[in-house]
Design a protein around this ligand. Structure first.
Ligand SMILES: Cc1cc2nc3c(=O)[nH]c(=O)nc-3n(C[C@H](O)[C@H](O)[C@H](O)COP(=O)(O)O)c2cc1C
Length: 731
């Protein structure tokens, strides 16, 4: 059963009952104070569970020769009815050892009486009682569906009480308080339902009384009250009431009602004349009243008041969550048939929609005709050139509920024309299957003949605008459509630029025009290999990103000079000593994994850049294997000496190079294929694969890795991707 079915049930139940639930909760909070007020009365005697009937009754009889009944109520006040030595009738709370009068019973306080009537019947007599009973039952169903939602959210019963990831105030406290007040609310709902069923006689509650065989009543041996065994063994805490014999006639007897049974006791000999246990229904009714009202314990009454308060908060927070989800609903200006840009979104709680809306607005501003829909509504888009998918991950790395049909739809609904796609995964590192669903979407699309990746999959941890901006930049560069400013998301993100001095530039003396440039930051930074440098060659909105290697505190970029290339041309022209303005971007998802037992780096061309820095920074000497592909030995020579030095320093364990235009004419994917067992072994033991270079190389290598994972490890590649064992940074 999916999250959504339980969620819709939870919501439907809440919507249908919230008004009555609010009335029942408010009145419930007020009524919880009744036991608190009553318990504060001075009628209570300490140690009632120590005072036996044998100790008490002789003293009481002395003071009140004619007692008709003694009763002990839920607050443990002892009420005596009878008359005193002067023949005056008495109905008073007394001290069971001395008979001292502690107070007179009062009728129920008018306020509490009014609130009780409202709570029980809404002043509508039987009709009101029926609705209140129904509300208690709906509350029971809401509690059950809520519990299941928490179990699903926490990924299993065992993790029920583990940390909750904070999404929003309403959502966080809806779950936190839901967990804390689950048991009291559940008990309130069950007992409320039970009491209503009993009241409407849907549960039969037959009264029973003790049968006495009058012929068997004896008059010897006569005993004094303190010698009656039952009275010696019974304390006031166990008693509900004692009816005294009407006369001294042996056929009149004591009727002692305990919590669980009723007994008839011979008034002369103390013999038990008869005994009957209450039926289960009767005991459950008493227990339900105790639990539902909190009348037996101040502490429990307070817990119930807090739980009822929480129900009010759940009504508020539940609606706040629902309204937020609804507010993010899609409103399109153009149809799916006319749009060039299709934005599909997978979201459970609506925050991903905000990003999708921002992209949608950007495209509208650019004069484009975008179309925004949920992943479940994927269909044929006759004019689509770009497919942008922004999706969250839920459950155990699963699809959000509005994306659950996408997997089957994408297999059955092909597009007629080629479409460039880009996937952005929204997730949180607080969950082990980080953005797994987005990785799966990326792979399903990669297998479609009509779909071509425009940029590598990007992930966004905890809705980070910075990480989203990285995707926006990369996509913008590849698509040629500006996505520079996403005002709602990015306003806080206008960074100032830092100054860098060029310390070396190898120029493009080598074949294929690749060169290395080194930059020294003017001030200290926390930059590390794998981070990005954003440059603005024309001092305008056009930004170009380069992956960095950090070597001896300097930043090294490996660049291929493109004819008329905006960024590469700018960097190529820089000479030693010159300064430039740029911005450093933390690219945490592509940092060298510090805790991995083995790291395998896979690169082609200038993709080797960040790996040069990572190897150089590998002081702990983590086992590190570099697989790289170049066109020729000449293009590799730029890096050869450096890499051999790193091997000697044991910072690089193995180096495998493929040349596509010389010798065996191999690609880097051929080397991976050759070493498939080693790659599988690396993943199996928790090692990390890193890929940097062209998207086409990445496509070949990931297809190969998928086969390796399926055949040698019996897991899909997404299993390792979501565990951060495959890190990619391709362009
Ligand atoms: C119950 C629950 C389960 C989640 N499971 C995952 C997960 O398995 N992997 C992940 O990367 N993020 C997971 N997340 C985080 C969400 O994907 C992330 O917060 C996302 O930004 C939410 O987007 P939305 O508000 O559009 O639904 C989970 C969040 C929740 C509340």
């Amino acid at each position: 059963m999916t999250i959504s079915i339980w969620r819709y049930s939870h919501l439907a139940l809440a919507v249908s009952s919230f008004l009555l639930l609010a009335v029942a909760s408010i009145t419930g909070i007020l009524l919880a104070f009744e036991p608190v007020v009553l318990n504060a009365q001075p009628y209570k005697v300490d140690g009632i569970d120590q005072i036996t009937l044998a100790q008490s009754l002789p003293a009481l009889k002395k003071r009140y020769p004619d007692i008709t009944e003694l009763s002990v109520d839920a607050h443990q006040f002892v009420l005596l009815k009878g008359s005193d030595a002067d023949g005056e009738s008495v109905e008073a709370y007394i001290h069971p050892l001395t008979g001292e009068i502690l107070g007179k019973p009062q009728p129920q306080n008018e306020f509490f009486q009014w609130v009780t009537n409202l709570h029980r019947s809404l002043f509508l007599k039987e009709t009101g009682r029926f609705f209140i009973g129904l509300t208690a039952f709906l509350l029971l169903l809401i509690t059950i569906s809520g519990t299941i939602l928490i179990i699903q959210r926490q990924r299993g019963l065992k993790r029920f009480f583990t940390r909750i990831v904070k999404d929003s105030f309403a959502q966080y406290y809806h779950v936190v308080l839901g967990r804390l007040s689950l048991i009291p609310i559940f008990l309130l709902a069950v007992t409320g339902t039970f009491l209503s069923l009993e009241r409407f006689e849907l549960i039969k509650n037959e009264k029973v009384s003790t049968e006495v065989d009058f012929d068997a009543i004896k008059t010897t041996p006569a005993k004094a009250l303190p010698a009656f065994t039952l009275f010696q063994n019974t304390t006031f805490a166990q008693v509900e009431s004692i009816e005294f014999p009407f006369s001294e006639d042996p056929e009149d007897y004591y009727t002692v009602k305990l919590k669980d049974r009723e007994l008839a006791v011979n008034q002369i000999t103390g013999d038990i004349l008869g005994e009957v246990k209450y039926p289960t229904t009767q005991r459950l009714t008493t227990l339900s009243l105790d639990v539902h009202t909190g009348r037996t314990s101040i502490l429990w009454a307070i817990i119930l008041a807090v739980a009822s308060g929480n129900i009010l908060f759940f009504i508020y927070s539940g609606f706040a969550i629902t309204l937020k989800r609804r507010a993010n609903r899609v409103k399109n200006k153009y149809t799916a048939q006319e749009a060039r840009f299709i934005i599909l979104v997978g979201s459970e709680n609506g925050s991903t929609n905000r990003f999708a809306q921002a992209v949608y607005q950007q495209l509208l501003k650019q004069g484009e005709q975008p179309f925004l829909a949920e992943l479940n509504h994927y269909t044929v888009y006759p004019k689509a050139e770009h497919l942008l998918i922004l999706t969250a991950t839920y459950g155990l790395g699963d699809a959000p509920s509005n994306a659950q049909k996408f997997a089957s739809l994408v297999e059955t609904v092909p597009q007629a024309q080629e479409v460039k796609f880009s996937v952005v995964g929204f997730g949180s590192h607080a969950y082990p299957d980080f953005c797994q669903y987005a990785f799966e979407v990326h792979q399903w699309l990669s297998h479609q003949s009509w779909a071509e990746p425009l940029v590598d999959i990007h992930t966004v941890n905890d809705r980070s605008p910075q990480e989203f901006a990285l995707w926006a930049e990369a996509w913008s560069q590849q698509s040629g459509v500006a996505m520079t400013v996403l005002p709602e998301l990015m306003q806080a993100n206008r960074h100032r630029l830092d100054t860098f001095t060029v310390t070396a530039n190898s120029g493009s003396n080598h074949q294929e025009g690749t060169f290395l440039i080194r930059l020294k930051p003017a001030k200290r930074t926390n930059v590390t290999s794998g981070d990005l440098l954003a440059i603005y060659p024309e001092n305008d909105h056009r930004e170009r990103l380069y992956s960095l290697g950090v070597i001896d505190g300097e930043l090294q970029i490996s660049v291929r000079l493109h004819p008329n290339g905006l960024g590469s041309g700018f960097l190529h022209r820089l000479t030693q000593g010159q300064t430039m303005q740029a911005r450093l971007l933390n690219n945490a998802h592509f940092h060298f994994p510090r805790k991995a037992p083995v790291v395998v780096m896979i690169a082609n061309g200038t993709g080797i850049g960040p790996f040069l820095g990572m190897v150089h920074q590998n002081s702990p000497k983590t086992a590190c294997h570099l697989y790289c592909g170049f066109r020729s030995q000449a293009s590799f020579s730029t890096y050869q000496d450096f890499l051999e030095e790193q091997q000697l320093a044991q910072k690089l364990t193995n180096l495998h190079v493929a040349f596509s235009r010389e010798g065996e004419k191999q690609y880097v994917s051929d080397l991976i294929d050759r070493d498939g067992d080693f790659i599988a072994d690396t993943l199996a033991k928790g090692g990390v694969l890193m890929i940097c270079g062209s998207l086409s190389m990445q496509k070949d290598v990931t297809a190969l890795l998928e086969t390796i994972c399926q055949t040698k490890l019996n897991n899909p590649l997404s299993y390792y991707q979501s565990r951060s064992q495959l890190l990619t940074d391709c362009y």
